[in-house]
Design a protein around this ligand. Structure first.
Ligand SMILES: Nc1ncnc2c1ncn2[C@@H]1O[C@H](COP(=O)(O)OP(=O)(O)OP(=O)(O)O)[C@@H](O)[C@H]1O
Ligand SMILES: [Mg+2]
Length: 356
């Protein structure tokens, strides 16, 4: 029996066994957290009390009972009491005697992981372009800059305004090339046991000294977190970029940036053809700013996607590349007033990065 209990609680998705009287007989802990209530509370009421009388979920249960078989529904907004409906794939199987097993498969996570994986290739294509850009633009740019300096020396004040404009713009192009070049620079870097709180602290201090003087930082760290397998310099770049975006999104007054760390054993990522990676270290960076514009929400990790007049749109692309190179995942969630970037990373093991 305890074997079955272990099996039951090992199902990572909400699973309910619903009796012929339409009451929950038992459920796993994922189901309790989905429902934000205890099994006991659920047992006290008819299932339709939670999901609605004529909802797709109750229909599905009836279908499974009537057919004595399995029924699957995709992309269903599952209501639950007062909670906002959540998108799920549903699977109902008749257990005999009018009982039904109901499994929910949350859509959000699978999709976000999928999206995060497609950035792997987007970031890679930038890498190839970086070397070419740096080479082809740097040299002529140096020539233009030299010529502008010569002109500036002999120019009258009106013309000097123009030569200054040329030099400012040259600097802008130079900065852009330098940022693009960072992609090319990301050769497989040495990894070591890195304390993520150290990284967050150093990034925060740099941010506070520069672009984030107006932000209030809130730190909710789990001090027992084990070290991450990573490259400190690259990880600092990641959090500097996340802090910078947050600082640019929050108001001058009352803006907060919250860093949170947590240990989540059991989070794994399987990329086809590779070993499953265990990613138990979760770092989130949230802000209370304007939110990511809806029209770019799905593309923010792609290179050159930006809503800012002077933005290169390379910040998050670099973040995605570094995290993916670390074997991790980054995803984001945003609405006006709350934007959260979640980074999942592998743990350091003495023998090297964790393998399973
Ligand atoms: N915390 C955030 N809040 C609101 N919007 C964000 C946030 N983070 C990213 N964005 C949106 O995502 C876009 C892409 O971000 P990314 O860092 O890649 O480029 P950028 O910030 O525009 O340019 P750069 O990083 O070169 O300064 C931003 O232009 C902005 O619209
Ligand atoms: Mg940015």
């Amino acid at each position: 029996m305890s074997d079955y209990e272990a099996l039951w609680s090992a199902i990572p998705y909400p699973a309910f066994a619903i009796g012929p009287d339409n009451r929950v007989q038992t459920c796993n802990s994922a189901a309790e957290s989905f429902a934000r209530t205890s099994l006991k509370q659920m047992q006290a009421r008819d299932f339709s009390y939670f999901v609605g009388q004529n909802s797709a979920v109750t229909d599905l249960l009836e279908q499974a009972r009537a057919g004595g078989s399995s029924v699957v529904l995709h992309d269903i907004e599952v209501p639950w009491g007062d909670l906002p409906p959540r998108l799920n794939n549903l699977h109902a199987s008749a257990l005999g005697g009018g009982a039904v097993l109901l499994l929910l498969h949350p859509r959000g996570l699978a999709e976000k992981m999928d999206r995060s994986l497609t950035h792997r290739s987007a970031a890679r294509s930038v890498t190839g372009m970086a070397a070419m850009l740096a080479h082809e633009i740097r040299n002529p740019l140096a020539g233009i800059n030299g010529a502008a300096q010569l002109l500036a020396m002999n120019a009258d004040p009106d013309d000097r305004e123009l030569t200054e404009l040329i030099q400012d713009e040259i600097k802008r192009i130079g900065d852009l090339v330098a940022r693009v070049e960072q992609f090319g620079d990301l050769r497989p870097a040495t990894r070591s046991a890195v304390n993520i709180h150290d990284i967050l602290d150093r990034s925060k201090r740099a941010a506070q000294a520069g672009f984030a003087t107006h932000a209030r930082f809130i730190e909710e760290y789990d001090p027992s977190l084990p070290p991450v397998s990573g490259n400190a310099d690259q990880l600092i770049q990641v959090f500097l970029n996340l802090f910078k975006n947050a600082a640019e999104a929050i108001p001058e007054v009352g803006g907060t940036i919250t860093g949170r760390t947590a240990f989540r054993p059991g989070v794994r990522l399987q990329v086809s053809g590779q070993k499953p990676e265990s990613l138990p270290l979760e770092v989130t960076v949230s802000d209370n700013g304007i939110g990511i514009p809806k029209n770019i929400l799905n593309d923010v990790f792609d290179p050159f996607v930006s809503s800012k007049a002077a933005g290169t749109g390379l910040g998050l692309s670099l973040v995605s590349k570094i995290i993916v190179d670390h074997g991790g995942v980054v995803e984001c969630d945003s609405r006006p007033g709350r934007t959260t970037f979640k980074v999942l990373l592998p743990i350091w093991r003495d023998s090297g990065p964790a393998e399973g």
